[in-house]
Design a protein around this ligand. Structure first.
Ligand code: NAP
Ligand code: MN
Length: 224
């Protein structure tokens, strides 16, 4: 659904993410960066007139980013960047990771980041994950300090899962309640021992008025 309303976020990436959560999937979003890094917002204050003419004339691109969905108990949450699972008591987490119904691995470590293409340049990247351009219809699971020893065997790199494949994480019962962090915000939840992830089918639309190229953005913001 596209009701044609455009939300303009003024700030950095954090402000942009808050706007996405507040106004949902049916709007279009454009960002004016006054923030710190500002990977997501495209424009500066001085571009405001250009933005207004582009909106009037319809000379803009809409880029669709798939959204990450997690379900646990009877709850469902949406993330634009990422969902992070971490132990609430700083103990090692033990998580059975099932991908596309295959029991892939028993993970041991600090936690896991499940990241969208939009979030690939955020926490995922700091943790050694890959950068994924917006038209990648896939999400990635990135380990935080994985244990890989004779005692524990965990994949040490992130891995990329096609959007239509569901990943289910089974948490060992002995564990403390996991922290669930959605786009950088910790959320309150009842205890759960199973959580499933999929990418889409919902998308969020970002409006670009200048020529947008993901790799140019990576170069500008990370290698400057
Ligand atoms: P924050 O603590 O200010 O975010 C950390 C940094 O990540 C900020 O510089 C932020 O940019 C940048 N960022 C956020 N989304 C990005 C994206 N999609 N691509 C590239 N950089 C991005 O918290 P926040 O601003 O509310 O953002 C929440 C996000 O922070 C979470 O979704 C998570 O990915 C990320 N995070 C990163 C780390 C880490 O790298 N070690 C740790 C925790 C959380 P601005 O300065 O423009 O806000
Ligand atoms: Mn921020």
């Amino acid at each position: 659904m596209d009701d044609g309303e455009t939300i303009v976020s003024v700030g950095g990436d954090g402000t942009f993410l808050k706007a996405l959560h507040k106004y949902g999937f049916s709007k279009r979003y454009v960002g004016i960066n006054t923030g710190h890094l500002g990977f997501l917002p495209d424009l500066l204050m001085e571009d405001l007139d250009r933005l207004i003419s582009a909106l009037k004339d319809g000379t803009y691109q809409l880029i669709e980013y798939p959204v990450l969905n997690a379900t646990f108990n009877n709850q469902s949450v949406w993330a634009f960047n990422d969902i992070v699972l971490k132990a609430s008591n700083s103990k090692t987490m033990h998580i059975h990771v099932n991908v596309n119904k295959i029991p892939l691995q028993k993970f041991a470590g600090d936690g896991l980041i499940i990241s969208t293409p939009l979030g690939s340049s955020a926490y995922n990247y700091s943790a050694g994950g890959a950068l994924l351009p917006p038209d990648s219809r896939a999400y990635q699971i990135t380990p935080l300090a994985p244990l890989n020893t004779n005692a524990y065997r965990s994949l040490t790199s992130s891995f990329v899962v096609p959007a239509y494949q569901i990943s289910t994480l089974d948490l060992e019962p002995s564990q403390a309640i996991p922290h669930l962090v959605v786009d950088g915000e910790e959320i309150d939840h009842e205890p759960f021992d199973k959580i499933s992830f999929r990418l889409g089918p919902d998308v969020v639309k970002l409006l670009r008025i200048a020529d947008y190229d993901f790799w140019a953005r990576v170069k500008e913001k990370f290698l400057g």
